[in-house]
Ligand binder design. Sequence first.
Ligand code: GRF
Length: 215
Amino acid sequence: MKKIGVLISGGGTNLQALMDNINEGNINGEISLIISNKKNAYGLERGNAWGIESIFINPKDFENEAAYNFALINRLKEKNIDLVVLAGYLKILSKDFVEAFENRVINIHPSLIPSFCGSGFYGERIHKEVLNYGCKITGATVHFVDEGTDTGPIIFQKIVEIENDESVKSLKEKVLKIEHEILTKAVKLFCEDKIVLEGRKTKIIQEGFHEKGLN
Ligand code: GRF
């Protein structure tokens, strides 16, 4: 069984989707550690409620980003973490971190990469820009993390249609729903060693995933 470490910064609905699917036996893995860079992240309460070690590590307690990232690396290594999931984690990982968990870090991003991604593109700003641009579709992307921002090999993407009277709030909710879907699917297949990386492309060895709504 794979050991999973989840990094969060906020409410943790993606984290909850993972916990629910692990609890329902859909993912052959366990969340061994949850780390937040925000003290009041509700995701920490979600983790504590399920008896998962859920900790706040304050970047301000470290002299620089490199030192903070080494603290993260050490806590995750202590738990023998196999997979690190960025579930609404709004900080850029250091080069040392990406190297320490090479091809074992995945991120969920609320747009169809390479559109509306990169430095500064996070949270509601993404949906605002999508609507302002007049897009007719948008979606979400789950990808491996490399040394760039939102530039790693894509694992899954899914589309949502944009209605005439769409608001930032309604679009965010629609996209969050499919985020939960594709992030859970990617973690499931990673835990079954069914995701193959070929350069910057990924291949799924076998789909075969019959869980609610994820066919
Ligand atoms: C999600 O839209 C995620 O893609 C983005 O931040 C949001 C966090 O949602 N990075 P939650 O904390 O998982 O509810």
